[in-house]
Design a protein around this ligand. Structure first.
Ligand code: PGA
Length: 251
């Protein structure tokens, strides 16, 4: 079966409550069951009001982060159970802004992925190299390490809920999108690696999203590549018209 495309909007730390509601409503209005799968990932405080707006639509709700523990003394953190109760289907794990900006490590991200899948969430697990790593021909070594350490020991019965996002750090928020060939090469490498780590069947059906300066103009070229199964979109997901164009490009 061909893999269905997924387009997820990562709103990061953006939008007022009014903007979040309006954006979610516009995305819901422009999306049909025939569209690619679509998710939006608002900031934590807007999850419940956005869930309300999305009710009855085909747009899924996602969170941008979670903590591996179920509850307890973890000030400022949010558990996977809370996300589920708030209506989330997806959670982003391992975004580069948390890996590099906040020091989250491969083993910690592995704990998060395990906890979120076990709880019943779909995980969008991000990997990607820094510019210096690409220039030093380290891209595959970095993807290998992030996948091997991040995707180990995942619950076998939940692997159908795993999504990987290839997000080269040099392309995120920079306007420098990877070429379709660069994305395809990295995605094919990740799929091969996942085959080794989680098995061929999982690898074959795994959606691998591209993220990093995706726009309405660059989306179709990227999504046309055989191993690019959609996008994780930051900046261009904050305007309904550009996000809807990207969804259309995913078919
Ligand atoms: P960008 O962000 O589309 O603004 O580059 C993508 C992401 O960080 O997920």
């Amino acid at each position: 079966m061909p893999r269905k495309k997924l387009v997820a909007g990562n709103w990061k730390m953006n939008t007022t409550l009014a903007e979040a509601r309006a954006l979610a409503a516009a995305v819901a209005a422009g999306t049909t069951p025939a569209s690619a799968d679509v998710a939006v990932c608002p900031p934590f405080p807007w999850l419940l009001p956005v869930a309300e707006v999305l009710r009855g639509s085909v747009v899924a709700l996602g969170a941008q982060n979670c903590h591996p523990q179920k509850s307890g003394a973890y000030t400022g953190e949010v558990s996977t159970g809370m996300l589920l109760e708030a209506g989330c289907k997806y959670v982003i794990v391992g975004h580069s802004e948390r890996r590099h900006g906040l020091g989250e490590t491969d083993p910690f991200l592995n704990e998060k992925a395990k906890a979120a899948l076990s709880a019943g969430l779909h995980v969008i697990f991000c990997v990607g190299e820094l510019l210096a790593e690409r220039e030093a021909n380290q891209t595959e070594a970095v993807l290998d390490r992030q996948a091997t350490q991040g995707l180990r020991d995942l619950p076998a019965d939940r692997l159908g809920n795993l999504v990987v996002a290839y997000e080269p750090v040099w392309a995120i928020g920079t306007g420098k999108v990877a070429t379709p060939e660069q994305a395809q090469d990295a995605h094919a490498f990740i799929r091969k690696k996942v085959g080794v780590i989680l098995g061929e069947n999982v690898a074959r059906s795994l959606p691998i999203l591209y993220g990093g300066s995706v726009t309405a103009d660059s989306a179709a070229g990227l999504f046309d590549r055989p191993d690019v199964d959609g996008g994780l979109v930051g900046g261009a997901s904050l305007k309904a018209d550009s996000f809807l164009k990207i969804i259309q490009a995913a078919g």
